[in-house]
Write a protein that binds this ligand. Sequence first.
Ligand SMILES: *Cc1c(COP(=O)(O)O)cnc(C)c1O
Length: 725
Amino acid sequence: MGLINVSKLAIRTTRRWLYPLSISKLWLSSKSGLLGDKNILLMGLPGAGKTTVGKIVAHKLGLPAIDVDDDILETTWKMPVAAKLAAVGGKGFLEEEGQALCNFSASGCVISLTGSNPLHTEAMQHIKQSGLVVYLDVDSEDIIHRLSRMKVNRIVGQEAGASMRDILLYRRQFYEKWLDVRVLCGTGDTVEEVAEKVLRTVERYQKHDEETYVSTRCDSAALSDEKTYFSDVVVEGLAADGGLYIPKNGFPVIDAREWLRLVSMSYPERALVLLEKCIHPLEVSALDLRSMIFKAYGSNFSSDRVAPVKHLIHNQYVQELFHGPTASFKDLALQLMPQLFAHCLPPMCNYLILVATSGDTGSAVLSGFSRLSGVDRHRTGVLVFFPEEGVSDIQKLQMTGYSEGNARAVSVLSDFDFCQRTIKRMFGESGLTGHLAVEYSTVLSTANSINWARLLPQVVYHSSSYLDLCRDGVIKFGEPVDICIPTGNFGNAMSAVYAKQMGVPIRKVICASNHNRIISDFITTGEYDLRGRPLLLSNSPAIDILKSSNIERFIYHVSDGSSSLIKDLFARLDTEKHFQVPEPLLGKIQQEVLAGWCSEDDCLAAIRSVHTQTGYVMDTHTAVAKVVADRLQDGSCPVVLCSTAHYGKFAPAVFKALQIQNIPVDPVEQLKKLEITASRPEVHKEMVKCLRDRDRRGHTVCQADYSVLAEEVEGMVQDSFLKVM
Ligand SMILES: *Cc1c(COP(=O)(O)O)cnc(C)c1O
């Protein structure tokens, strides 16, 4: 209880800091128009439609329209803009244009900026204070087309020799710097449609208080006045009633023309546009989101395409989700999540995240949090406990690289359950949490896969795989694709369901289990049954899961948000160890997802046969997806297999599958040998590097004792965070 209340309280009292008081107060209290006294400032490339759209928007809102070119520059200069440009040249023009804007002020208007205004810092700082900057984001090719129709062949600031394409690209960085909100314009959008989008975007901005989150176990009719925002759900993780957070109004739906715009974009650009639509700009501004996304996906993935899709065989494609620093798909979420987390924290508190892991989560969390910088790093830390004997050699080496700083791993002479239980106990010990809060202003927290900030980034790669298939000409936008996912906690699969909700034409999400097949049994029978079901060892340990936490979000989704059903089912699961969903609901579940499971032998056989046929080496989890896709997919459309780990991470099982004898003892030698065998995919350089450096590290090994682990926690807090004076 202490944990949740402390953070909630802190957020409530500091929420005011998140957005400029003047803006929110003024806008919300206004009776006329959307933004009251504030201006709507339309920004974009020449030819983006700022003037025409501005007039329509102004007309609809009953506000005056001001065009900077016609109404400010020409009246100030008393000559046409073209004449001024001819008289003073490009540089002089930008300066005089900027000065004219600096001397201008207005309120409650729709103002269409010039294409070059954003190049003048002082002018933009001045005008941005007066309102909301709306970026009309139009494709460069469309702009070039329009300009040539308008017989414009040069624009301001275009030096001799520079192509129009280059100059448009150069301009974009300024728009990306100043925007408050983006209006993504599709090819063929009419000015009326763009104006409508502007109105909806401004409205969304203003109605921040409607973009809230609810718990899957909370009766929405009984909702109190207490509103839960994005920042709250990221920091809290689990809702106080034990449910999982979901956006109250569901996901934004993106139309086909907008999706088509994303086809030619890079992965980080796609991520930015999609996440801007899912995170309210007053929670994380577009500029902050941009810098987080480019930090997460800019250069620390070994493929510059981040999550590339490659043809495997027949109608099957693999999406390689293992190019991140720790070689599993968890990096896609965990390179971004820590930045969102740090951003959402209330000021003045330190946060220590405790993680128990027996697999890929530990290294991904450590890598993500260790990359925080500045203030974020000084007040956000992560401590990972892993069972000394319960993780693979490679996983251990990936974690023990972190022994100091704000991200650390220590092992425990016990099993995963002990680590997990001990962390839970720490959260409940008010002696410990109170001491940390008072002495070090430190709050304990978690970062597990139910956190909204871990699910959301995963929606991007499912969208991206579809867009890649469009870009590569495999499908046309609108044609169906299936996605097959090795499933444990159902986080990855749930994100695919959400991508579908946003408008990605995914036909079926296929969930693949290994012989721990509780999810595939649930989806085929509607019964979730923990009784008499011991956890079996497998070659795909990351999906050895019985309590699949995100399944709660899925049932909530297919039951159209029935919190009473959720409460009933999960109470039953606690007491009776099983539940059965009603028949009609099972039908709905099966409309969304298919499921199957794969035996240990079939998994290894698939790795071998795919290697023989194509030279491609799959990891064991990818192989589980391959086997299930072969069995369940009808071949009538492409299927994307989610490759959730690099084969090198599960080297011993891969050797067994490929029937390679004389396996070297040294893990680096093992990877080398596999690299020779596999013609695809390429070796994971970061993993090799981590193994090479291994001799330089030792790690702390703890006795299986609560007080020993609690001391580790306090020790880390002591030397990571400043003591309260
Ligand atoms: C975590 C993990 C999974 C399971 O993902 P969920 O979102 O829990 O279903 C699958 N494969 C690998 C390699 C993983 O690390």
